[in-house]
Design a protein around this ligand. Structure first.
Ligand code: HEM
Ligand code: MG
Length: 334
């Protein structure tokens, strides 16, 4: 199906989303969960299929309905992920590990690895998940969450996770991986997701009635650890697009600027000046489309090429809604 439209006017505002129609039910052993606390939570409340395997349109609808992501922003995140981690032939993606539930794979080197696939959307220096070098990169880690609480306590207003706490935690996680992870990769596209995801909790996990960009530890515990919305939780009061997220990402960056790079052994961060920096949004778009996707689909033909080109078109549609980028075509135009 085509990507969903925006929520209709009058139905895109403040709303109780932990409601009787969307009860929390803990994932059962066969349900798939992964590295994204928001998608895990939406699956556990039935905004997404509870088994953790979904189509792009279901994911877009879920993040719009459940958390009030703006339509463009929802499509940007969803198609970026889907192009790297989904199955273009069956239109299904796992929000966690690879699974046969996404159907027959396209030919290798396509991965169809689900959101947990390391080195695609998932990457190093996550806030509550360890780097893949150290263990399971998808599962919540209590020790790291204690570090999250520490930064909220030290740097956030009233012990909350706010943008000041986010700026410190983002930098701490990068410095820690530089010191300890010999295989650290911190280049496009991971740099963009890392900074965006540090900001997201200050927006989407805060009750929309308060909407003060200050996340309490209790609410953070619910989303990150329990994969559960707090009791009586209301979503954001209006759809949230790049115009809200971008300045907050810049705020974090300006507090602790960095350049993209990779470790060649512990504490040996080698800059990668030929790759796009965080400030070059269109450069990151082009890097995804011209390098990352063809890495898995070097020469797609027939129905596979058609499906990928469609998704590339949806992805660019979201990119161009708020950024002035030029579309690029790795597999030719239709
Ligand atoms: C992390 C996908 C929407 C919050 C991630 C990761 C993926 C992902 C693959 C793992 C990256 C990593 O840390 O290595 C997606 C997709 C989305 C989406 C495909 C929508 C289509 C959201 C939304 C929120 C959110 C709406 C709102 C709060 C987060 C946070 C993390 C994260 C906070 C970082 C977890 C950590 O660092 O410990 N997401 N996400 N995501 N996501 Fe999402
Ligand atoms: Mg990660």
């Amino acid at each position: 199906p085509n990507p969903p439209l925006s929520l209709p006017k009058g139905q895109d505002g403040l709303k109780l989303v932990n409601d009787p129609a969307h009860p929390f039910i803990a994932a059962d052993p066969n349900d798939i969960r992964g590295p994204c606390p928001a998608l895990n939570t939406l699956a556990s409340h039935g905004y997404l299929p509870r088994n953790g395997v979904a189509r792009p349109d279901q994911i877009i609808t879920a993040v719009m309905e459940g958390l009030n992501l703006g339509n463009d922003f929802a499509k940007f995140l969803c198609y970026q992920a889907f192009l790297m981690n989904g199955n273009p032939l069956t239109n299904l993606m796992s929000i966690g590990m690879k699974t046969p539930l996404t159907g027959q794979d396209p030919p290798k080197p396509a991965l169809v690895g689900g959101l947990s696939q390391h080195g695609t959307f998932e990457g190093d220096t996550s806030m509550t998940r360890v780097d893949a070098f150290f263990g399971d990169q998808a599962v919540f880690n209590e020790t790291l969450f204690q570090g999250f609480i520490d930064t909220a306590t030290k740097f956030g207003f009233n012990d909350t996770y706010d943008v000041n706490a986010a700026a410190e935690l983002r930098n701490q996680r990068l410095q820690n991986s530089i010191q300890t992870n010999p295989q650290l990769v911190f280049t496009s596209p991971r740099i963009l997701s890392a900074y965006s995801e540090a900001v997201f909790p200050t927006i989407f996990f805060v009750d929309g009635r308060l909407n003060n960009r200050q996340l309490t530890i209790d609410a953070a515990r619910h989303f990150f650890d329990f994969q559960m919305m707090p009791t009586g939780f209301f979503r954001q009061p209006a759809p949230v697009n790049f115009t809200i997220v971008d300045p907050l990402v810049s705020f974090l960056f300006n507090k602790h600027p960095f350049s993209p790079g990779v470790n060649q052994g512990r504490n040996n961060f080698v800059l990668q000046p030929q790759t796009p920096p965080l400030s070059d949004f269109c450069g990151i778009y082009e890097d995804i489309v011209l390098r990352v996707i063809p890495g898995q689909y070097p020469n797609p033909t027939g129905v596979l090429r058609n499906a990928i080109n469609k998704n590339l078109g949806f992805f660019f549609g979201a990119v161009s809604a708020e950024h002035n980028c030029t579309q690029v075509f790795p597999f030719g135009r239709d």
